[in-house]
Design a protein around this ligand. Structure first.
Ligand code: S3P
Length: 435
């Protein structure tokens, strides 16, 4: 659906609880399949991507009861998973497919994972190759989906230094490592989101992380020893980031994002906003959990350098960083962000093309972008390329433009943030948020 977005300078005010975290919801659903018994997931994100993970576990025989802001998942455990569904559709979801490859390595039935046109163009060999090293049979279609996973018998642990920083690849390997016969050791080039390690440890898995990014995973002898812990899903900082960006850009704004994940591996964008000059106040909700409230208050912004090690902590927010940089005084250089080229779309190319279309001074680099600010943005026609985060970044850009922006398609927001445009309209009508 095409949408015409009109400029709007209303300050962004009040308190907003962004939709629940996508990464944590995916994991709560997928990990529930490991433990024979019932796992409760409080505040799951109900969106197209997480419904793909739900479909995956249901095809293994997990029963899902959806209650009021709660899902109750009952699994027979990997040794009793159903074997009759051989093709599983992961939709647009890279997390479902990649973590799914690690999960499916735990059962002896062959299964094939397929995805939509975008997911079918994303690299899967990065998971297949190390899984094969463990002795699991994995076939890709010239590095892409469809992907067939078949565990033909006992397989060994793995010692693997990952060539790229990817939480999805790491998580797939950790899952497969649980079912191996020997210890596994995985090394990351830079730390990435560690929800998998934290959540599996909560369930009783023996996983040890070192300060130099080594992750040791002990095989699990018996799935029945896993604890059936409930998972409470906090708000998603990556969804909250769109509102934080608007608040940082529009004078007079001050917005609190309520109950969001404050995992250090997820809030790199907010740390960067602070470095650019925005005011960020953090109030933790608990001493033991990374969850709390984050307030963003508008202040003039300055350009900044984003280094390769900073990128994983803001991997999904880099298009927004580029937008912020168009309004900041001075140059912003983003490097080490080549992973963006293999997201739902090539996010470096899409960001540069779209922001140029609106008048930004931005240059494309193989591994990032250079942005010269500040430049007022004007209206024009832009394209989401079917990418939810591109559509929402462009909606933020449209608000600060000087004339209307025509966005070719907004349906992709259903992937992670189905209520985004309702809330956008609410703010455009001059209302504060009151969550
Ligand atoms: C995710 C990891 C990130 C991120 C994606 C979700 C996850 O991808 O971009 O949206 O839930 O593990 P990487 O595999 O590049 O870390």
């Amino acid at each position: 659906m095409v949408m015409e977005l009109t400029p709007c300078r209303h300050p962004v005010e009040g308190t907003l609880r962004p939709p629940s975290d996508k990464s944590i919801t995916h994991r709560a659903i997928l990990f529930s399949a490991l433990a024979p018994g019932t796992v409760r997931v409080l505040h799951p994100l109900v969106a197209q991507d997480t419904l793909s993970s739900r479909r995956l576990v249901e095809s293994l025989g997990v029963k899902v009861e959806a209650g009021d802001d709660e899902w109750i998942l009952t699994s027979p455990g990997p040794s009793q998973w159903k074997s009759d569904t051989t093709v599983i559709d992961c939709g647009n979801s890279g997390t479902t497919m990649r973590l799914g490859m690690g999960l499916l390595a735990l059962s002896s039935s062959p299964r094939t994972l397929i995805g939509d046109a975008s997911l079918s163009k994303r690299p899967m060999e990065r998971v297949a190759r190390p899984l094969r090293q463990m002795g699991i049979d994995v076939e890709t279609s010239q590095v892409y989906a469809p992907v067939m996973v078949h565990n033909r018998g006992p397989y060994r642990g793995l010692s693997y230094s990952m060539p790229m920083a990817s939480a999805q690849v790491k998580s797939a390997l950790i899952l497969a490592a649980l079912g191996a016969t020997t210890l596994s050791e995985i090394v990351e080039p830079y730390p990435t989101r560690d929800h998998t390690e934290q959540m599996l440890k909560q369930m009783g898995a023996r996983i040890r992380m070192t300060a130099d990014h080594h992750i040791m995973v002990e095989p699990l002898q018996d799935w029945r020893t896993l604890d059936l812990v409930p998972f409470r899903v906090p708000g998603d900082p990556s969804s909250g980031a769109f509102w934080a960006a608007l608040a940082a850009l529009i004078p007079g704004s001050s917005l609190t994002l309520k109950e969001i994940s404050l995992s250090p591996r997820r809030i790199g964008f907010f740390r960067l906003l602070q470095q650019m000059g925005a005011r960020i106040d953090i109030e933790r909700e608990s001493d033991t959990e990374d969850i709390g409230h984050l307030t963003v208050t508008h202040q003039p912004l300055g350009g900044v350098t984003v280094t390769p090690e900073q990128v994983p902590d803001m991997i999904d927010e880099v298009p927004l960083v580029a937008l912020m940089a168009t309004q900041a005084f001075g140059d912003t250089v983003i490097s080490g962000a080549e992973e963006l080229r293999v997201k739902e779309t090539d996010r470096i190319q899409a960001t540069v093309t779209n922001l140029k279309q609106l008048g930004a001074h931005i240059e494309e680099r193989d591994d990032g972008m250079v942005i010269h600010g500040p430049t007022p943005l004007h209206g024009g026609s832009v394209r989401s390329f079917g990418d939810h985060r591109m559509a929402m970044m462009l909606a933020v850009a449209a608000a600060i433009a000087t004339s209307p922006v025509i966005l070719d398609d907004v349906s992709s927001v259903a992937i992670s943030y189905p209520t985004f445009f309702e809330q956008y309209q609410h703010w455009q009508q001059g209302y504060a948020f009151h969550d």
